[in-house]
Design a protein around this ligand. Structure first.
Ligand SMILES: [Zn+2]
Ligand SMILES: [Zn+2]
Length: 350
């Protein structure tokens, strides 16, 4: 009993240490932001700039940019993770049956039976052709969902786990993450552009009246803002590219697998529709961190070429081989009827 208690307390202290470690990058970013606020507002605007109109204009632009950046960061971190709906979980008994299946065919047919029983809208497959299944969560994975080993659960439209936000970047917060990168880039570029003049001034004139401490803050403010702008820009443009292609980071490295093989362009509906899927149709609302991502994270429209191929394959194999047959009524249904939430305007703001 004592041994059990000891191992439990060891495990909880390990979890506590892990949680503390995970929050270090976030604390680091917030610390940099707090210091840069002091350097920009107090040291630069109040103590260095003489012209009052210039001070006012700089501060009037600075604060909305800072607000949008922090708001996007906050929404990325704290948007609750969206996991598979309850019908995707198979339960203890079926989970046991899948885990102890003797052959791949046995496991495959069990998964197809469960998928059909609940009429799950699943189009993607494991590389061995079976339905994708998570042994840890005991659930059939919805299209584009993956298990995050850091969060310990399956997450819808999993992109990656980001240590800088200490959260999974996935269906619910992907828009916020891209906005966070975008507003961070604009914010850092603005700080760099407006502090450049004073950076050059203090760099050239070492005998000015500013205190050495103040000079250090301004010099470092410029360096830090340029450095962050450069590092964030590559990530931001990469995610714009992925959004335009309708790919997650994971899918860009490993093409999603469908019944007829891997299809890198499987979810690509054209750049305009791809962007609307993440940012919505309203241009103004697209730039602020409020939920406008379309769909429900479970149903995804696939491109017409792939859909045609799958329909053809389904007709060809219908009633011949249940192993090859798409487990979907859902294939066609999710594209054509009201279960296709992607095409349903009313499902956008959940
Ligand atoms: Zn899982
Ligand atoms: Zn995660």
């Amino acid at each position: 009993m004592k041994l059990f208690r000891f191992s439990m307390s060891l495990r909880s202290s390990r979890t506590c240490c892990f949680e503390t470690l995970k929050s270090i990058p976030v604390v680091f970013i917030l610390g940099i932001v707090a210091w840069s606020y002091y350097a920009y507002v107090i040291q630069m605007c109040f103590l260095t700039i003489d012209s009052v109109p210039k001070k006012v204009i700089y501060l009037l632009i600075y604060h909305p940019l800072l607000f949008l950046f922090l708001w996007s960061y906050y929404r990325t971190m704290f948007k609750p993770l969206a996991g598979p709906p309850s019908e995707f979980y198979v339960g203890e008994a079926e989970g046991e049956r899948i885990a102890t299946a003797q052959t791949l065919d046995e496991r495959r047919s069990t998964l197809i039976r469960l998928c059909r029983r609940s009429n799950l809208p699943v189009l993607t497959r494991h590389f061995d052709g079976s339905l994708r299944y998570c042994f840890s969560c005991q659930c059939i994975k919805p299209d584009r969902a993956h298990h995050c080993s850091v969060c310990g659960k399956c997450v819808l439209r999993y992109d990656h786990h980001c240590p800088w936000t200490n959260s999974c970047i996935s269906y619910g917060n992907y828009k916020f993450f891209v906005l966070f990168l975008g507003w961070a880039l604009i914010f850092c570029s603005y700080v760099a552009a407006t502090s450049l003049e004073y950076f050059i001034l203090f760099w050239q004139d070492m005998n000015n009246s500013t205190t050495p401490g103040g000079r250090f803050h301004l010099l470092f403010l410029f360096f830090a803002s340029v450095m962050f702008a450069i590092s964030v820009s590559s990530l931001f443009f990469y995610h714009l590219y992925l959004t335009g292609k309708n790919r997650t980071t994971l899918e860009s490295f490993r093409a999603p697998m469908f019944a007829d093989g891997p299809q890198k362009e499987g979810f690509n509906l054209g750049w305009k529709q791809n962007f609307q899927e993440i940012f919505g149709k309203d241009l103004l609302r697209a730039f602020i961190p409020i939920s406008t991502t379309r769909g429900d994270g479970v149903h995804y429209q696939i491109n017409s070429t792939l859909l045609g191929g799958l329909q053809q394959q389904q007709q060809q194999f219908n009633n011949v081989s249940t192993d090859i047959l798409l487990p979907v009524d859902t294939t066609m249904n999710s594209m054509t009827n009201d279960r296709n939430y992607l095409l349903n305007e009313n499902s956008n703001n959940r």
